[in-house]
Design a protein around this ligand. Structure first.
Ligand code: ADP
Length: 491
C-alpha cells in the first residue's frame, strides 16, 4: 500500500515522532532512576534490620537445635522469637535462620517465622544457594540482594546477616525478606506519570507537528498552488507570504517571475493588436481595388485570373487579422455578451451553408442532424455562430477528401449540446487539452500544410465559457476522426 502524503503531513509526522520518542525516552530514564533509588534505600534498610536481628540470636542455640531437633526447647524458642519479629513489621514477608552444610553450595534451614504448616520450613531442609550469589556473600557480613523477586504474594527483596559465635566466627545466617511495596508503588507512579506524559506529549507532538508543518509546508503548498495558477495562464498571480529566510526569497522570486510573465503577456497582446490594426489599414483599399477590377468589363482574362488571386489572398489575410484582433480583444477586455433568444437549429443550418463551398471544393461531405424539442436559448448569436464557424472550418480543414463532417444538435439535461464530428486526422490523447491554448497547433509551424494561427479553439472556448457553457474535444486517436462538443445551458 502506498500513501501519498503531502510535505506538510510528512513534516508534521516527523516532528510528532521526534517529540514522542523524546518523551518516551525521558519517562524511561526517570523510571530507571526512581526504581534504582527505591531499591537502594530498601537494601540499606534490609542490611540494617538483618544485622540488628542477628545480634539478638543466641549462637549457642544453633548447635542445641541441630542436636535436639524440632522437639527441643531451643527450637521452639527460636521459632517464637522469629514469629514475633515477623509480625512486628508489616513489610517483613519472612524471617529464617540457615546453617552451612558440608555439601558445597547447600545450606540448611533451621527455623523460620511461619507457623502455617503449608508455608513453614523445616529443620534440615536443604537450600541450593548457588543461584543466590548475594546470599553466599553473607558469611562475610550483612548484605542484600540487588534485584527483587516476585511470586503470587507480591514483590520482595532479601537481606542477610551472619550470626557469629563467641569466637567471632559465622555459624549461621539470618535472612529477612521484605515486601518491596515501595518499588511497586514507585513503578505504578512512574507508569501513571508516563501515561499522562505520553498523552500530553502526543498533544504537544500534534501541535508542534502542525506548527512545524505550517512554517515549512504552508509556503511550499502556496508555491505549488502558484505554479498551478501560472500553468492555467493566470500570469501575475501573487503568493502573499512574507518571510526573511530562503523560503521568503523563493516566494518573492516566484512573485517577480509571475509579474514578468504578465508584463510579457500584455506586451504580446498590445503588439498583436497594434500590428493587426496597422495591417488592416492597407487591406481595405487593396480589397476594394481588386473587387472593382473584377467588376470591370474591359479586363483581359489573364488579368482577371490575377485579380481573382489577389482578391482571394487578401480575403484570407483579412480573416487571419480578424482572428488576431478578435483574440486580443477577447483576452484584454471585459466583454459583454449581446444576448437574445436564439434557435440553435436555424443557427446550425446557417453555419453549415457557409462552409458548403469550401467542403465541396475539398470533396468533404457535410451533414446536419437536429434533434426534436430544442429549446430557444439566450445567447450572443453572432459569437455562437463564430464558434460553429471555427469548429466546422477546422473539421473541413483536417478531414481529407472523401471524408465527412457532421453537426448534431440535441437537447440534453441542463441545456443543448452541439457536436461537430469529422472523419479526419484525429487528435492524440496528449494534445487533447493543449489544442485549446492560444497559438498551439499540433503540426509544426515550419512544416504546416494547412492555414491558421492556432487561435480558433482558444477563442471558441472563451466564448462558450462566457455563456457558462463548456467546450471539449474527443478523439479515439490519430486517424480516428475528432468530435468537438459544446454544451450551452438553458437559462
Ligand atoms: P488553427 O486551426 O488555426 O491551427 P485552432 O485553435 O482552431 O487553430 O486549432 C488548434 C489545433 O488543433 C490545430 O492546429 C490542429 O492541430 C488541432 N485541431 C483543431 N481541430 C481539429 C480537428 N477537427 N481535427 C484534428 N485536429 C484539429
Amino acid at each position: 500500500m502506498r500513501f501519498n502524503l503531502s510535505l506538510q503531513d510528512k513534516f508534521g509526522i516527523f516532528i510528532a515522532a521526534i517529540t514522542t520518542i523524546m518523551i518516551a525516552g525521558l519517562s524511561y530514564f526517570y523510571f530507571i532512576q526512581l526504581d534504582s533509588s527505591v531499591i537502594t534505600s530498601l537494601r540499606t534498610e534490609l542490611i540494617d534490620v538483618s544485622s540488628l536481628i542477628s545480634n539478638y540470636i543466641n549462637p549457642d542455640s544453633i548447635p542445641a537445635i541441630l542436636a535436639g531437633g524440632e522437639g527441643s526447647k531451643e527450637y521452639k524458642n527460636l521459632k517464637k522469637f522469629l514469629r514475633k519479629l515477623q509480625l512486628s513489621n508489616k513489610k517483613i514477608k519472612s524471617i529464617y535462620v540457615m546453617v552451612f552444610s558440608n555439601k558445597p553450595n547447600v545450606w540448611k534451614f533451621v527455623a523460620d517465622g511461619d507457623f502455617d504448616p503449608q508455608k513453614m520450613v523445616h529443620l534440615n531442609e536443604e537450600y541450593d544457594i548457588s543461584r543466590y550469589p548475594e546470599m553466599a556473600k553473607a558469611i562475610y557480613g550483612p548484605v542484600a540482594d540487588q534485584k527483587t523477586n516476585s511470586d503470587i504474594f507480591g514483590r520482595w527483596l532479601s537481606g542477610y546477616a551472619p550470626i557469629y559465635d563467641r569466637q567471632g566466627k559465622a555459624v549461621a545466617i539470618i535472612g529477612v525478606d521484605m515486601l518491596a511495596d515501595d518499588v511497586v508503588d514507585a513503578r505504578q507512579r512512574v507508569r501513571d506519570i508516563a501515561v499522562i506524559g505520553f498523552a500530553i506529549g502526543l498533544i504537544l507532538a500534534i501541535v508542534f507537528g502542525r506548527l512545524g508543518a505550517m512554517v515549512i509546508g504552508r509556503p511550499i503548498s502556496a508555491l505549488v498552488n502558484g505554479i498551478k495558477n501560472i500553468e492555467e495562464g493566470k500570469y501575475g498571480y501573487k503568493i502573499g507570504i512574507r518571510r526573511n529566510d530562503e523560503i521568503g526569497q523563493l516566494v518573492s522570486g516566484f512573485n517577480r517571475m509571475s509579474d514578468k510573465l504578465s508584463e510579457v503577456d500584455k506586451l504580446k497582446f498590445d503588439f498583436l493588436s497594434v500590428l493587426s490594426h496597422e495591417l488592416y489599414t492597407p487591406i481595405t483599399p487593396i480589397m476594394d481595388s481588386s473587387s472593382q477590377l473584377l467588376e470591370s468589363d474591359t479586363l483581359k482574362e489573364t488579368d482577371r485570373q490575377l485579380a481573382k488571386i489577389i482578391n482571394r489572398q487578401i480575403n484570407k489575410l483579412q480573416s487571419l487579422i480578424n482572428e488576431v484582433l478578435d483574440f486580443s480583444w477577447l483576452e484584454v477586455k471585459e466583454w459583454k455578451l449581446d444576448q437574445e433568444p436564439v434557435s440553435l437549429g436555424a443557427l446550425g443550418e446557417a453555419a453549415l451553408i457557409e462552409q458548403k463551398s469550401q467542403a465541396e471544393a475539398k470533396g468533404v461531405k457535410l451533414k446536419i442532424k437536429i434533434g426534436t424539442h430544442l429549446p430557444t436559448i439566450m445567447a450572443d448569436k453572432k459569437r455562437i455562430m463564430h464558434v460553429l464557424k471555427i469548429l466546422l472550418e477546422n473539421s473541413v480543414k483536417f478531414t481529407p477528401e472523401g471524408g465527412e463532417v457532421s453537426l448534431d444538435i440535441n437537447r440534453v439535461s441542463g441545456g443543448v449540446e452541439l457536436t461537430v464530428a469529422d472523419t479526419g486526422i484525429g487528435i492524440a490523447k496528449e494534445n487533447m487539452e493543449k489544442i485549446f491554448s492560444s497559438f498551439y497547433q499540433v503540426e509544426d509551424h515550419m512544416t504546416r500544410t494547412r492555414g491558421g494561427m492556432g487561435l480558433g479553439l482558444a477563442i471558441a472556448k472563451r466564448i462558450i465559457e462566457a455563456h457558462n457553457g463548456s467546450l471539449w474535444a474527443e478523439s479515439q486517436g490519430l486517424g480516428e476522426g475528432s468530435r468537438f462538443i459544446f454544451l450551452l445551458p438553458v437559462a
